[in-house]
Design a protein around this ligand. Structure first.
Ligand SMILES: [Zn+2]
Length: 407
């Protein structure tokens, strides 16, 4: 059985958290100087762990082992959301690194090994899972040409050139090399904490379906246009939003979540009746049948609102994410390791957030392990996990990885 060095794990986390530190969290956008410093930090550690590190043309770092047998691919990401937490991403990379070291120290002659990965831009500064999607062959050069940073608007091509990565080869997966992909992450919700559990064994990663719903009315003067003849797109949007909130529970499943994350009124001035309004609406669920059902219901409500008027209502689907089921035998390995290292304090749960594992799951068996998030807080600099839980998670990760490698 593999076991980690808990002190080394926590000290690595301290070193990494100091790069781009912001209050008790970090600010490390994709391909920023701070993110690149983390990549270099990781590459030094990978070399010391006996792996062969390479940073590719889209900013992925992969530390390859030289063992002759099949490999487990393990990792997560090193960049952060703006002004966010120190654990979202790095924790999974550090567990993978620590497990590679455990293998080096405790089983130097074992044929099977671990490759450690840090995928670029999981947090979507430039696009959607660009690093891991590039690795599985889903990203064209044209997509990279078009990618721009959502905060500053600069292009990914410029950022890659500044990082010295322009024209560098992009790594792609060789499927025969890998027996599966394993990623650890903080839960980013409050299920584990509220049930006093230490380990979440992820069953599936939900599919996210995103829509832009547009209301078209007539823009006019807010002082002179009689109420009876108005076609106010803002009012139409607000009515529709209320209707959706009322009706979604009648078609949703137990764990379905839905959100209107942004609203814009056009032109958006105090004395002008909005002629157009847009809302970004999304729902997430782990069951493809539920997603189809919700889509059908939403389309029917949009048609109904359009028919009733007085504004035209239409929708564009921007994303139909397929839920990713985690591999059953890998789930069983995590559960057995959790039983051994965390007693009965584990549970199978779906992931409501997206992760690189959902991309890798499209080409190989994949699995995820969660540790608790204090207060369920994430994507904020106060995000944290108790040290004891960080260590327990690392122990379970290494033991489960060892089992996947036949140890
Ligand atoms: Zn993450």
């Amino acid at each position: 059985m593999l076991d980690i060095n808990a002190e080394r794990l926590l000290s690595d986390l301290g070193e990494l958290s100091a790069i781009g530190q912001f209050r008790t969290g970090v600010h490390r956008p994709s391909l920023s100087a701070e993110h690149l410093a983390c990549c270099r930090w990781l590459m030094d550690k990978l070399t010391a762990a006996g792996l062969d590190p390479f940073m590719d043309g889209i900013g992925n770092v992969l530390g390859r082992s030289t063992r002759p047998g099949q490999h487990l691919l393990a990792g997560s990401h090193l960049e952060s959301q703006n002004h966010a937490g120190r654990l979202d991403g790095p924790l999974g990379v550090l567990y993978a690194l620590e497990t590679a070291r455990a293998l080096q120290e405790q089983r130097p002659g074992h044929a099977k090994g671990i490759d450690v990965a840090a995928w670029c831009d999981e947090e979507g500064h430039f696009g959607s899972f660009l690093g891991s999607r590039s690795f599985v062959g889903q990203v064209s050069e044209i997509e990279i040409d078009k990618a721009t940073d959502r905060t500053h608007g600069h292009t990914m091509r410029d950022a890659l050139a500044k990082a010295g990565l322009a024209g560098k080869q992009r790594l792609t997966v060789s499927l025969e090399r890998y027996l599966g992909y394993f990623e650890a992450h903080i839960e980013q919700g409050d299920v584990l904490e509220s049930e006093r559990l230490t380990i979440g064994v992820v069953t599936s990663i939900v599919g996210l379906w995103q829509y832009r719903i547009t209301f078209e009315g007539v823009q006019n003067h807010a002082g002179t246009t009689r109420m009876a003849i108005r076609r106010d797109a803002g009012v139409a949007l607000a009515r529709f939003m209320g209707m959706v909130e009322e009706r979604m529970p009648t078609v949703a499943a137990e764990r379905t979540v839905w959100t209107t994350g942004s609203i814009t009124l056009d032109p958006g001035a105090p004395s002008i009746i909005p002629g157009r309004a847009d809302m970004m609406f999304q729902f997430r669920d782990a069951d493809p049948d539920v997603l189809l059902r919700l889509d059908k219901a939403l389309m029917a409500w949009i048609a109904e609102a359009d028919r009733i008027g007085p504004c035209r209502v239409s929708a564009v689907n921007l994303r139909k994410g397929v839920p990713a089921r985690m591999d059953p035998s890998m789930q069983a390995a995590i559960e057995a390791a959790a039983q051994q290292h965390a007693g009965a304090r584990h549970k199978r749960i779906p992931s409501g957030a997206g992760h690189d594992a959902q991309i890798l799951a499209t080409v190989m068996p994949a699995a995820m392990l969660f540790v608790p998030s204090i207060g369920g807080i994430s994507h904020h600099w106060t995000e944290n996990t108790e040290d004891a839980d960080i260590v327990s998670g690392g122990r379970v990760f290494a033991a489960a990885a060892g089992a996947m490698l036949g140890l």
